[in-house]
Write a protein that binds this ligand. Sequence first.
Ligand SMILES: Nc1ncnc2c1ncn2[C@@H]1O[C@H](COP(=O)(O)OP(=O)(O)OP(=O)(O)O)[C@@H](O)[C@H]1O
Length: 258
Amino acid sequence: MKNILKTSNLNIGYKSKKGVTTIAKDLNLNLGSGKLITLIGANGIGKSTLLRTITGIQKPLSGNVYLNEKEVSHYKPLELAQNLSLVLTEKLPPSNLSVFELVALGRQPYTNWVDSLSKEDVEKVHEAMKLAQIEHLASKKHFEISDGQLQKVLIARALAQDTPLIILDEPTTHLDLLHKVSLFKLLKKLTQETEKCILFSTHDIDLAIQLSDEMIIMTPESIVQDQPCNLISNGSFNNLFKDEHIIFDAEKGKFIVN
Ligand SMILES: Nc1ncnc2c1ncn2[C@@H]1O[C@H](COP(=O)(O)OP(=O)(O)OP(=O)(O)O)[C@@H](O)[C@H]1O
């Protein structure tokens, strides 16, 4: 396994005129090739802040983020786009683009516009649509697809971008249980087949426990990264929600209502 992204004593948060708000500190995370890694934590704990910081959108308060051993802030935009793809939940601006054209946007770090796609670019776009199981939607327009289908289109776009690391912020939000499971399984299959590392934040903890290679758990006290079975046995899930109404059942490997 190759290490793709690493954080070193990373402190994340926000600076304003009123002062500094630290969201999490001393983060030493490792994202390795071929791994499906989920990021979990209660609302407002700082998952998006962490994802924005490791992708170079937001500056760390202190510490470092290394992508393929080079500090992420030292990447030029084009080079960064060849190493890291990011899928956010925000809706895309309305457009007349077809699904094929949306996925083809993933090739922009290698080409300029849809018209100038090379034969290899077109092949990569088709391959990405095949992997994401959306080939049948290729000629549909952006406004003709559902939120769940759009999630898959955005994943295909990230696949077409063909980067060793793909990061997604809550990709399962709009999906029903069946589609959540199929998306989790799809992401898992992709990490196994392509050796890419996929990191994504999610509130679907039960599924994450069953399907992740590793999980990063954010609580106010600590942030830990390990395999789900180790996190269960060392009690890490017990601190996730401090509420008497919800407890983690280590034997069942899931949360139950008390
Ligand atoms: N631009 C900002 N300036 C200051 N504080 C911010 C900013 N954006 C977010 N925060 C605060 O940082 C904390 C972490 O927010 P973040 O969005 O990272 O949490 P999250 O774990 O992704 O939450 P959720 O699960 O609800 O999406 C919150 O307390 C939030 O209010």
